[in-house]
Design a protein around this ligand. Structure first.
Ligand code: TRP
Ligand code: SF4
Length: 400
C-alpha cells in the first residue's frame, strides 16, 4: 500500500500570529513527521476576494512562508509550494467546472456567509462562486487522502468528495466496461452469476445496503476469478468503474487554545494579536498593558483570575507552580498585576526565540526562501502532471 498523503493550503493574509501557531501550524509541524505532506500558499484563493487589491499578495505570500519556516515547518520533510505556480490546478478546475452543477456551489454555506460578511466587496463573481471548486482541484490533483482544516472548511471537503465521486462516475469507465462486466459475470458460473445480478439490481434500484454487502461476500468467496474480473465486478455493483480521483477525508484541526490580548479569540480583525516574530519590546508592551480583572482597581484589591485574560495566557505558558502562585497571589492581593504578567512575557519571548533565530536567516537571505519554494513547486508539479495525464485520458482529451 502507498502512504496516505496530507495536503493543506492557507490564503496569504500576511504575518501570522500566535493564534495560527497554536492551531494550524502546530498541527502541520506534527503531521510532517507522520505523513508525506504538501502545504501551499493559496494565492488564487486570496484573489477571489482581493481581486481589487492584488498588490498585497506578493508581500503576504513571502511573509507567510517565512512564518511557516520560522514556526518549524521543515522543508526537508514537507513539500512547500505556491498554488499559482502549478498551472495544472487551473486546468483541473476548468475541466471540473464542466460537470459541476451550479446548485452544488450555491449551496456551499461559506458562499452566502462570506457575501453577507464582506459587504464592502462585490462577491457576486464567477470566481468567488467557484472558490470551493478551485479548492477541490487543489486537493484532487494530488490525490490527497487527508486534509487538515478548521471546522469552517469541512463543507468544502465534503463538496470535494462529491466532485470526485461524480468525476469517477462519469469518466471512470474503461471502454466497453459494461460488456466486460457481463463477460466477468459469466465466469461466476450460472448460479452465482444469477445471484450476483439479483443482488446488484436490488442495490441499484432499491438502494438495499444489505444486498450490496451480500454481493461483496459472494465475490470474496469466489476463488477462481482473476484480479481484473474481481475489481470490475466490485465496480459494476455500484455502477462505477475505475477510481481516477481519490475522495479525501477532512482531518479536523483542533481550534487554537490561544486567546487574544483582550480574552476574545485572537484575530487580526479584533486587533488583539501578538505576531509570530514580533519585536520583543512590542511584545513586552502589549502584555504589560493587557487588561486584567476589571474588579481589581487598586493593588490592594484582591482579584479573580477567572475574570482575567492574563490567566488564560498562564494556562498556556506557565507550569503548575507558577499557576498556583498566580491563583493565591491574585486572590489574596499578594502579587501585583505587573508582577503576575512577567512569567507570561518570559514564556512568549522564550517560545519565539528559536522562531526569531530561524526567521533571521531567511530574512537575511531571501534567496533561501525562493529556493525552498522552487524545489517544492517542482515536486508538486510532477505529481499534478501525473494526475492530469490520467484526467485528460479519462475525458478523452488525449487525442492526436
Ligand atoms: N479555503 C482554505 C481556507 O480558507 C484554503 C485552501 C485553499 C485550502 N485550498 C485548499 C485548504 C485546499 C485545504 C486544502 O482556509
Ligand atoms: Fe490577572 Fe494576574 Fe492581575 Fe490577577 S494578578 S488580575 S490574574 S494579572
Amino acid at each position: 500500500m502507498y502512504a496516505e498523503k496530507v495536503l493543506s493550503g492557507m490564503r496569504p493574509t500576511g504575518r501570522l500570529h500566535l493564534g495560527h501557531y497554536h492551531g494550524v501550524l502546530a498541527n502541520w509541524i506534527k503531521l510532517q513527521h507522520e505523513y508525506p505532506c504538501l502545504f501551499f500558499v493559496a494565492d488564487w484563493h486570496a484573489l477571489t476576494t482581493a481581486y481589487d487589491e492584488p498588490g498585497t499578495i506578493a508581500q503576504n505570500t513571502w511573509d507567510m512562508v517565512i512564518d511557516w519556516l520560522a514556526a518549524g515547518v521543515d522543508p526537508s520533510q514537507a513539500t512547500l509550494f505556491i498554488q499559482s505556480r502549478i498551472p495544472e490546478h487551473a486546468e483541473l478546475h476548468l475541466l471540473l467546472s464542466m460537470m459541476t452543477p451550479l446548485g452544488w456551489l450555491e449551496r456551499v454555506p461559506t458562499y452566502k456567509d462570506q457575501q453577507e460578511k464582506l459587504t464592502q466587496k462585490d462577491l457576486a463573481t464567477y470566481g468567488f462562486l467557484g472558490y470551493p471548486l478551485l479548492q477541490a482541484a487543489d486537493i484532487l490533483i494530488y490525490r490527497a487522502n487527508r486534509v487538515p482544516v478548521g471546522e469552517d472548511q469541512v463543507p468544502h471537503i465534503e463538496f470535494t468528495r462529491e466532485i470526485a465521486r461524480r468525476f469517477n462516475h462519469l469518466y471512470g469507465r474503461e471502454p466497453g466496461f459494461e460488456d466486460k462486466a457481463r463477460e466477468s459475470i459469466k465466469k461466476l458460473g450460472s448460479k452465482r452469476g444469477k445471484l450476483y445480478e439479483e443482488l446488484r439490481t436490488r442495490f441499484q434500484e432499491k438502494g438495499e445496503a444489505e444486498a450490496l454487502e451480500q454481493a461483496h461476500v459472494l465475490l470474496s468467496d469466489t476463488q477462481n476469478l482473476s484480479h481484473g474480473d474481481h475489481e470490475r465486478l466490485f465496480g459494476y455493483l455500484e455502477g462505477g468503474g475505475k477510481m481516477i480521483l481519490v475522495e479525501p477525508d477532512a482531518m479536523l484541526t483542533e481550534a487554537s487554545r490561544m486567546p487574544g490580548l483582550d480574552g476574545q479569540k485572537m484575530s487580526k480583525s479584533y486587533g488583539n494579536t501578538i505576531a509570530l516574530r514580533e519585536d520583543a519590546e512590542s511584545i513586552r508592551k502589549k502584555i504589560r498593558t493587557m487588561q486584567t480583572d476589571p474588579q481589581r482597581v487598586r493593588r490592594t484589591d484582591p482579584g479573580d483570575p477567572e475574570k482575567c485574560p492574563v490567566w488564560q495566557f498562564h494556562q498556556i505558558y506557565s507550569n503548575a507552580e507558577v499557576k498556583s502562585w498566580v491563583q493565591q497571589g491574585c486572590r489574596s492581593a499578594g502579587i501585583g498585576c505587573i508582577e503576575c504578567k512577567q512569567p507570561v512575557i518570559d514564556g512568549v519571548l522564550a517560545e519565539q526565540e528559536p522562531m526569531r533565530e530561524r526567521a533571521r536567516m531567511y530574512e537575511e537571505d531571501p534567496q533561501l526562501v525562493r529556493n525552498i519554494i522552487a524545489d517544492g513547486c517542482e515536486k508538486a508539479r510532477k505529481l499534478a502532471q501525473e494526475t492530469m495525464r490520467d484526467v485528460r485520458e479519462a475525458i478523452g482529451l488525449d487525442y492526436a
